[in-house]
Design a protein. Structure first.
Length: 430
Protein backbone atom coordinates (compact mmCIF):
# COMPACT_ATOMS: atom_id res chain seq x y z
CA UNK A 1 0.00 0.00 0.00
CA UNK A 2 2.75 2.44 0.88
CA UNK A 3 4.47 2.11 -2.47
CA UNK A 4 1.14 2.63 -4.18
CA UNK A 5 0.66 5.91 -2.30
CA UNK A 6 4.26 6.98 -2.85
CA UNK A 7 3.77 6.50 -6.59
CA UNK A 8 0.61 8.59 -6.48
CA UNK A 9 2.39 11.36 -4.55
CA UNK A 10 5.14 11.37 -7.17
CA UNK A 11 2.53 11.65 -9.91
CA UNK A 12 0.93 14.57 -8.04
CA UNK A 13 4.27 16.25 -7.32
CA UNK A 14 3.80 19.27 -9.57
CA UNK A 15 0.31 20.02 -8.26
CA UNK A 16 1.44 19.64 -4.64
CA UNK A 17 4.30 22.11 -5.13
CA UNK A 18 2.02 24.46 -7.06
CA UNK A 19 -0.46 24.51 -4.17
CA UNK A 20 2.37 25.17 -1.73
CA UNK A 21 3.62 28.11 -3.76
CA UNK A 22 0.15 29.60 -4.06
CA UNK A 23 -0.55 29.38 -0.33
CA UNK A 24 2.92 30.77 0.45
CA UNK A 25 2.11 33.86 -1.62
CA UNK A 26 -1.25 34.47 0.07
CA UNK A 27 -0.44 34.81 3.80
CA UNK A 28 -3.21 35.78 6.22
CA UNK A 29 -3.46 36.31 9.96
CA UNK A 30 -5.45 34.04 12.26
CA UNK A 31 -9.23 33.82 11.89
CA UNK A 32 -8.79 35.79 8.64
CA UNK A 33 -7.53 32.95 6.42
CA UNK A 34 -10.37 33.35 3.90
CA UNK A 35 -8.26 33.27 0.73
CA UNK A 36 -6.22 30.33 2.02
CA UNK A 37 -9.42 28.41 2.71
CA UNK A 38 -10.72 29.22 -0.76
CA UNK A 39 -7.51 27.97 -2.38
CA UNK A 40 -7.50 24.72 -0.41
CA UNK A 41 -11.19 23.99 -0.92
CA UNK A 42 -10.79 24.52 -4.66
CA UNK A 43 -7.80 22.17 -4.72
CA UNK A 44 -9.57 19.44 -2.75
CA UNK A 45 -12.62 19.69 -5.00
CA UNK A 46 -10.47 18.53 -7.92
CA UNK A 47 -10.33 15.18 -6.12
CA UNK A 48 -13.99 15.17 -5.07
CA UNK A 49 -13.10 15.90 -1.46
CA UNK A 50 -15.59 18.29 0.12
CA UNK A 51 -15.98 20.02 3.47
CA UNK A 52 -17.58 17.98 6.25
CA UNK A 53 -17.74 20.71 8.87
CA UNK A 54 -16.83 24.41 9.28
CA UNK A 55 -16.07 26.37 12.42
CA UNK A 56 -14.50 29.52 13.90
CA UNK A 57 -14.47 31.83 10.91
CA UNK A 58 -12.10 29.90 8.64
CA UNK A 59 -11.58 26.43 10.14
CA UNK A 60 -12.91 23.33 8.46
CA UNK A 61 -12.40 19.59 8.16
CA UNK A 62 -12.55 16.93 5.47
CA UNK A 63 -12.42 13.15 5.72
CA UNK A 64 -12.04 9.84 3.90
CA UNK A 65 -13.01 6.32 4.88
CA UNK A 66 -15.69 4.71 6.97
CA UNK A 67 -16.36 1.76 9.22
CA UNK A 68 -15.59 1.32 12.90
CA UNK A 69 -11.80 1.17 12.60
CA UNK A 70 -9.23 3.70 13.83
CA UNK A 71 -9.75 7.41 13.21
CA UNK A 72 -6.53 9.28 12.45
CA UNK A 73 -6.57 13.07 12.57
CA UNK A 74 -4.18 15.27 10.60
CA UNK A 75 -3.47 18.85 11.66
CA UNK A 76 -2.96 21.58 9.04
CA UNK A 77 -2.51 25.14 10.29
CA UNK A 78 -3.71 27.97 8.07
CA UNK A 79 -2.35 31.22 9.44
CA UNK A 80 0.72 33.36 8.89
CA UNK A 81 2.51 35.80 11.22
CA UNK A 82 3.46 39.46 10.85
CA UNK A 83 6.91 39.72 9.26
CA UNK A 84 7.36 43.19 7.76
CA UNK A 85 9.98 43.19 5.02
CA UNK A 86 9.53 39.60 3.90
CA UNK A 87 9.35 39.36 0.08
CA UNK A 88 5.87 37.82 0.22
CA UNK A 89 4.51 39.79 3.18
CA UNK A 90 1.02 41.19 2.65
CA UNK A 91 1.39 44.90 1.98
CA UNK A 92 -1.44 45.84 4.37
CA UNK A 93 -1.19 43.36 7.24
CA UNK A 94 2.52 42.42 6.91
CA UNK A 95 1.48 38.77 7.29
CA UNK A 96 3.95 36.27 5.83
CA UNK A 97 4.30 32.49 5.95
CA UNK A 98 7.57 32.62 7.87
CA UNK A 99 6.53 29.82 10.22
CA UNK A 100 5.82 27.38 7.41
CA UNK A 101 2.12 26.82 7.97
CA UNK A 102 1.48 26.95 4.23
CA UNK A 103 3.69 23.86 3.97
CA UNK A 104 1.65 22.02 6.60
CA UNK A 105 -1.59 22.62 4.71
CA UNK A 106 0.05 21.55 1.46
CA UNK A 107 1.43 18.34 2.98
CA UNK A 108 -1.90 17.32 4.52
CA UNK A 109 -3.76 18.11 1.30
CA UNK A 110 -1.26 15.91 -0.52
CA UNK A 111 -1.78 13.06 1.95
CA UNK A 112 -5.56 12.94 1.72
CA UNK A 113 -5.58 13.47 -2.05
CA UNK A 114 -3.08 10.64 -2.59
CA UNK A 115 -5.09 8.34 -0.34
CA UNK A 116 -8.22 9.19 -2.32
CA UNK A 117 -6.68 8.84 -5.78
CA UNK A 118 -4.96 5.54 -4.98
CA UNK A 119 -8.26 4.03 -3.70
CA UNK A 120 -6.48 2.66 -0.65
CA UNK A 121 -9.20 3.74 1.75
CA UNK A 122 -11.66 1.41 0.03
CA UNK A 123 -9.69 -1.53 1.43
CA UNK A 124 -9.18 -0.14 4.94
CA UNK A 125 -11.57 -0.13 7.87
CA UNK A 126 -11.04 3.30 9.34
CA UNK A 127 -11.08 7.01 8.68
CA UNK A 128 -8.67 9.89 8.04
CA UNK A 129 -9.73 13.41 8.99
CA UNK A 130 -7.82 16.57 8.07
CA UNK A 131 -8.40 19.54 10.36
CA UNK A 132 -7.56 22.86 8.71
CA UNK A 133 -7.11 24.88 11.88
CA UNK A 134 -7.09 28.68 12.12
CA UNK A 135 -5.08 30.99 14.31
CA UNK A 136 -2.14 29.04 15.72
CA UNK A 137 0.05 32.13 16.05
CA UNK A 138 -0.86 34.02 19.23
CA UNK A 139 -1.02 37.51 17.76
CA UNK A 140 -3.42 40.19 16.45
CA UNK A 141 -5.13 39.81 19.81
CA UNK A 142 -7.32 42.91 19.77
CA UNK A 143 -9.09 41.61 16.66
CA UNK A 144 -9.57 38.23 18.31
CA UNK A 145 -10.96 39.83 21.47
CA UNK A 146 -13.61 41.48 19.32
CA UNK A 147 -14.51 38.06 17.90
CA UNK A 148 -14.92 36.83 21.48
CA UNK A 149 -17.22 39.76 22.28
CA UNK A 150 -19.27 38.96 19.17
CA UNK A 151 -19.59 35.33 20.27
CA UNK A 152 -17.77 33.99 17.20
CA UNK A 153 -14.98 32.37 19.21
CA UNK A 154 -14.46 31.52 22.87
CA UNK A 155 -10.68 31.70 23.19
CA UNK A 156 -7.89 33.36 21.22
CA UNK A 157 -6.35 30.34 19.46
CA UNK A 158 -7.81 27.97 16.91
CA UNK A 159 -7.18 24.65 18.65
CA UNK A 160 -8.31 25.92 22.05
CA UNK A 161 -11.71 26.65 20.49
CA UNK A 162 -11.71 23.31 18.67
CA UNK A 163 -10.93 21.40 21.85
CA UNK A 164 -13.64 23.20 23.81
CA UNK A 165 -16.08 22.33 21.04
CA UNK A 166 -15.02 18.65 20.93
CA UNK A 167 -13.81 18.74 17.31
CA UNK A 168 -11.15 16.08 17.96
CA UNK A 169 -13.21 13.80 20.18
CA UNK A 170 -13.62 10.91 17.72
CA UNK A 171 -9.92 10.82 16.76
CA UNK A 172 -7.75 8.08 18.20
CA UNK A 173 -4.41 9.66 17.23
CA UNK A 174 -3.45 13.03 15.73
CA UNK A 175 -0.48 13.78 13.48
CA UNK A 176 1.03 17.20 12.88
CA UNK A 177 4.10 18.57 11.10
CA UNK A 178 6.22 21.71 11.37
CA UNK A 179 9.26 23.13 9.64
CA UNK A 180 12.51 23.09 11.58
CA UNK A 181 14.11 26.05 9.82
CA UNK A 182 17.77 25.93 8.86
CA UNK A 183 19.29 22.85 10.47
CA UNK A 184 21.99 20.23 10.02
CA UNK A 185 19.18 17.69 10.43
CA UNK A 186 16.64 16.52 7.87
CA UNK A 187 13.91 15.59 10.36
CA UNK A 188 13.05 16.06 14.03
CA UNK A 189 11.30 13.24 15.90
CA UNK A 190 9.81 13.33 19.40
CA UNK A 191 10.72 16.91 20.26
CA UNK A 192 8.98 18.72 23.10
CA UNK A 193 7.60 22.23 22.86
CA UNK A 194 7.41 24.87 25.57
CA UNK A 195 4.25 26.40 26.91
CA UNK A 196 3.65 30.06 27.66
CA UNK A 197 1.34 32.65 29.11
CA UNK A 198 0.74 36.11 27.65
CA UNK A 199 1.00 39.27 29.73
CA UNK A 200 0.04 42.83 28.88
CA UNK A 201 1.37 45.20 31.52
CA UNK A 202 0.25 48.82 31.37
CA UNK A 203 2.37 51.14 33.52
CA UNK A 204 0.34 54.20 34.51
CA UNK A 205 1.94 57.51 35.49
CA UNK A 206 0.99 61.18 35.23
CA UNK A 207 1.63 63.43 32.24
CA UNK A 208 3.40 66.78 32.66
CA UNK A 209 5.59 69.09 30.57
CA UNK A 210 8.89 67.20 30.30
CA UNK A 211 11.07 70.31 30.48
CA UNK A 212 9.11 72.79 32.60
CA UNK A 213 7.38 70.72 35.31
CA UNK A 214 8.72 67.15 35.20
CA UNK A 215 8.55 67.06 39.02
CA UNK A 216 4.75 67.21 38.80
CA UNK A 217 4.57 64.14 36.58
CA UNK A 218 4.99 60.42 37.17
CA UNK A 219 7.11 58.79 34.48
CA UNK A 220 5.53 55.50 33.38
CA UNK A 221 8.54 54.74 31.18
CA UNK A 222 10.79 54.89 34.23
CA UNK A 223 8.44 52.46 35.99
CA UNK A 224 8.81 50.06 33.08
CA UNK A 225 12.60 50.51 32.96
CA UNK A 226 12.86 49.63 36.65
CA UNK A 227 10.68 46.59 36.01
CA UNK A 228 12.84 45.49 33.10
CA UNK A 229 15.95 45.75 35.28
CA UNK A 230 14.25 43.72 38.00
CA UNK A 231 13.35 40.97 35.53
CA UNK A 232 16.99 40.87 34.49
CA UNK A 233 17.96 40.32 38.11
CA UNK A 234 15.45 37.52 38.45
CA UNK A 235 17.10 35.56 35.65
CA UNK A 236 19.79 34.12 37.92
CA UNK A 237 17.01 32.33 39.83
CA UNK A 238 15.81 30.43 36.75
CA UNK A 239 16.51 26.69 36.71
CA UNK A 240 18.31 25.53 33.56
CA UNK A 241 16.11 22.46 33.14
CA UNK A 242 12.98 24.65 32.95
CA UNK A 243 14.28 26.44 29.83
CA UNK A 244 12.71 29.74 30.85
CA UNK A 245 12.24 32.60 28.41
CA UNK A 246 10.73 36.00 29.20
CA UNK A 247 10.52 38.07 26.06
CA UNK A 248 8.38 40.98 24.96
CA UNK A 249 8.14 44.42 23.44
CA UNK A 250 6.94 47.91 24.31
CA UNK A 251 3.86 48.54 22.20
CA UNK A 252 3.35 52.05 23.59
CA UNK A 253 6.14 54.16 25.02
CA UNK A 254 4.35 57.45 25.59
CA UNK A 255 2.52 60.07 23.52
CA UNK A 256 5.07 62.78 22.77
CA UNK A 257 8.73 63.46 23.57
CA UNK A 258 7.76 66.80 25.15
CA UNK A 259 5.62 65.18 27.86
CA UNK A 260 6.37 62.84 30.73
CA UNK A 261 5.06 59.45 29.50
CA UNK A 262 1.84 58.76 31.40
CA UNK A 263 1.19 55.33 29.89
CA UNK A 264 3.59 52.63 28.75
CA UNK A 265 2.39 49.26 27.52
CA UNK A 266 4.61 46.17 27.60
CA UNK A 267 3.47 42.85 26.14
CA UNK A 268 5.40 39.66 26.82
CA UNK A 269 5.40 35.87 27.02
CA UNK A 270 6.56 33.82 29.97
CA UNK A 271 7.77 30.53 28.45
CA UNK A 272 9.00 27.27 29.88
CA UNK A 273 8.86 23.54 29.24
CA UNK A 274 7.52 23.24 32.82
CA UNK A 275 3.95 24.50 33.17
CA UNK A 276 4.24 24.86 36.96
CA UNK A 277 7.20 27.17 36.38
CA UNK A 278 5.14 29.26 33.96
CA UNK A 279 2.42 29.74 36.56
CA UNK A 280 4.93 30.56 39.30
CA UNK A 281 6.86 33.09 37.22
CA UNK A 282 3.67 34.66 35.94
CA UNK A 283 2.71 35.56 39.51
CA UNK A 284 6.27 36.66 40.26
CA UNK A 285 6.13 39.15 37.38
CA UNK A 286 2.80 40.49 38.65
CA UNK A 287 4.44 41.29 41.99
CA UNK A 288 7.55 42.71 40.30
CA UNK A 289 5.58 45.03 37.99
CA UNK A 290 3.38 46.31 40.79
CA UNK A 291 6.30 46.89 43.16
CA UNK A 292 8.43 48.72 40.57
CA UNK A 293 5.56 50.98 39.59
CA UNK A 294 4.70 51.82 43.19
CA UNK A 295 8.36 52.54 43.96
CA UNK A 296 8.17 55.45 41.50
CA UNK A 297 4.65 56.58 42.47
CA UNK A 298 3.00 54.89 39.50
CA UNK A 299 0.57 52.02 39.14
CA UNK A 300 -0.08 49.09 36.80
CA UNK A 301 -2.89 47.27 35.08
CA UNK A 302 -1.95 43.68 34.21
CA UNK A 303 -3.82 41.46 31.76
CA UNK A 304 -2.95 37.76 31.93
CA UNK A 305 -4.11 35.32 29.26
CA UNK A 306 -3.11 31.63 29.28
CA UNK A 307 -1.28 30.75 26.10
CA UNK A 308 -0.41 27.16 25.20
CA UNK A 309 0.52 24.12 27.22
CA UNK A 310 3.85 22.31 26.64
CA UNK A 311 3.80 19.59 23.99
CA UNK A 312 4.71 16.07 25.06
CA UNK A 313 4.65 13.78 22.05
CA UNK A 314 3.48 10.20 22.11
CA UNK A 315 6.54 7.95 21.94
CA UNK A 316 4.72 4.92 20.58
CA UNK A 317 3.30 6.87 17.65
CA UNK A 318 6.74 8.36 17.04
CA UNK A 319 8.24 4.87 16.75
CA UNK A 320 6.02 4.40 13.70
CA UNK A 321 6.84 7.87 12.41
CA UNK A 322 10.55 7.20 12.84
CA UNK A 323 10.33 4.03 10.76
CA UNK A 324 8.75 6.05 7.97
CA UNK A 325 11.35 8.81 8.28
CA UNK A 326 14.23 6.33 7.97
CA UNK A 327 12.98 5.33 4.53
CA UNK A 328 14.16 8.77 3.38
CA UNK A 329 17.18 9.58 5.54
CA UNK A 330 19.67 8.11 8.01
CA UNK A 331 19.62 8.21 11.80
CA UNK A 332 22.45 10.72 12.01
CA UNK A 333 20.26 13.19 10.10
CA UNK A 334 17.35 12.89 12.53
CA UNK A 335 17.22 15.14 15.58
CA UNK A 336 15.75 12.99 18.35
CA UNK A 337 14.16 14.25 21.58
CA UNK A 338 14.92 17.92 21.05
CA UNK A 339 13.80 20.30 23.81
CA UNK A 340 12.48 23.23 21.81
CA UNK A 341 11.53 26.63 23.19
CA UNK A 342 8.99 27.10 20.43
CA UNK A 343 5.34 26.70 21.40
CA UNK A 344 2.12 25.76 19.66
CA UNK A 345 -1.48 25.07 20.55
CA UNK A 346 -0.86 21.46 19.50
CA UNK A 347 0.44 21.27 23.08
CA UNK A 348 -3.14 21.64 24.31
CA UNK A 349 -4.18 18.63 22.25
CA UNK A 350 -1.60 16.38 23.90
CA UNK A 351 -3.36 16.62 27.25
CA UNK A 352 -6.33 14.78 25.73
CA UNK A 353 -5.02 12.67 22.83
CA UNK A 354 -1.87 10.88 21.62
CA UNK A 355 -0.30 13.38 19.22
CA UNK A 356 2.99 13.91 17.42
CA UNK A 357 4.54 16.79 15.51
CA UNK A 358 7.09 15.79 12.90
CA UNK A 359 9.80 18.36 12.18
CA UNK A 360 10.97 18.53 8.57
CA UNK A 361 13.50 20.44 6.48
CA UNK A 362 13.69 21.97 3.04
CA UNK A 363 13.66 25.59 4.24
CA UNK A 364 16.35 28.10 5.07
CA UNK A 365 16.61 31.50 6.65
CA UNK A 366 15.28 32.67 10.00
CA UNK A 367 11.91 31.28 11.09
CA UNK A 368 9.66 34.31 11.74
CA UNK A 369 12.26 36.38 9.87
CA UNK A 370 12.55 38.14 6.52
CA UNK A 371 14.96 35.55 5.08
CA UNK A 372 12.74 32.49 5.56
CA UNK A 373 12.10 30.56 2.34
CA UNK A 374 11.63 27.12 0.82
CA UNK A 375 14.74 25.99 -1.09
CA UNK A 376 14.18 22.24 -1.57
CA UNK A 377 10.69 21.25 -2.76
CA UNK A 378 11.39 17.56 -2.34
CA UNK A 379 12.37 17.93 1.33
CA UNK A 380 9.76 20.56 2.16
CA UNK A 381 6.74 19.07 0.40
CA UNK A 382 7.11 15.63 -1.15
CA UNK A 383 9.05 13.62 1.42
CA UNK A 384 7.01 14.81 4.43
CA UNK A 385 3.83 13.99 2.52
CA UNK A 386 5.10 10.44 2.05
CA UNK A 387 6.16 10.13 5.71
CA UNK A 388 2.73 11.21 6.96
CA UNK A 389 0.93 9.01 4.42
CA UNK A 390 3.08 6.03 5.43
CA UNK A 391 2.29 6.61 9.11
CA UNK A 392 -1.43 6.87 8.39
CA UNK A 393 -1.42 3.60 6.43
CA UNK A 394 0.56 1.81 9.13
CA UNK A 395 -1.91 2.93 11.80
CA UNK A 396 -5.03 2.16 9.81
CA UNK A 397 -3.86 -1.31 8.82
CA UNK A 398 -2.85 -2.23 12.36
CA UNK A 399 -5.88 -1.43 14.54
CA UNK A 400 -4.45 -3.47 17.41
CA UNK A 401 -1.46 -1.12 17.50
CA UNK A 402 -3.78 1.89 17.60
CA UNK A 403 -5.76 0.29 20.43
CA UNK A 404 -2.55 -0.31 22.38
CA UNK A 405 -1.50 3.33 21.91
CA UNK A 406 -4.91 4.63 22.97
CA UNK A 407 -5.16 2.27 25.95
CA UNK A 408 -1.71 3.21 27.24
CA UNK A 409 -2.29 6.94 26.86
CA UNK A 410 -3.34 8.78 30.03
CA UNK A 411 -5.12 12.15 29.61
CA UNK A 412 -3.59 14.90 31.73
CA UNK A 413 -6.83 16.81 32.33
CA UNK A 414 -10.55 16.37 32.01
CA UNK A 415 -12.37 18.82 29.77
CA UNK A 416 -13.85 20.54 32.82
CA UNK A 417 -10.35 20.94 34.29
CA UNK A 418 -9.13 22.36 30.99
CA UNK A 419 -11.95 24.91 30.94
CA UNK A 420 -11.15 25.87 34.51
CA UNK A 421 -7.47 26.19 33.63
CA UNK A 422 -8.18 28.57 30.74
CA UNK A 423 -10.84 30.61 32.53
CA UNK A 424 -9.16 30.69 35.92
CA UNK A 425 -5.90 32.16 34.63
CA UNK A 426 -7.49 34.80 32.43
CA UNK A 427 -7.50 37.88 34.60
CA UNK A 428 -7.02 41.62 34.86
CA UNK A 429 -5.11 42.85 37.91
CA UNK A 430 -5.24 46.49 38.96
Amino acid sequence: MKQQVYKMIDEMKDSIISLGNELYKHPELGFKEFKSKEIIVKELAKHDITIDKEYFETGFEVSLGNGNGPVIGLIAELDAIKTAGHPYADKDTHAAHTCGHSLQSTIMCGVIEALKQSNIMENVNGKVKVFFTPAEEFCDLEYRKELVKEGKIQKLSGKENMLLNHCFDDCDILLSTHVMGESEYTYSVNSTLAGFCYKKITFVGKAAHAAVIPHLGVNALNCFTLFQSAVGMLRETFVDEDKVRIHGMVTKGGDTVNSIPHEVVYECYVRSVNNDTILKLNKQLDITAKSCAEALNGSVVIENIPGYLPLIQDKKVNEIVNNAVLEFTTKDKVHYNEISMAAGDVGDICIFKPVIQLGFGGTRGRVHGTTFEVYDDEKAYIEPTKVVASTVIELLTHPATVKDIVDSYKPMMTMDEYKQYLDGREEIIR
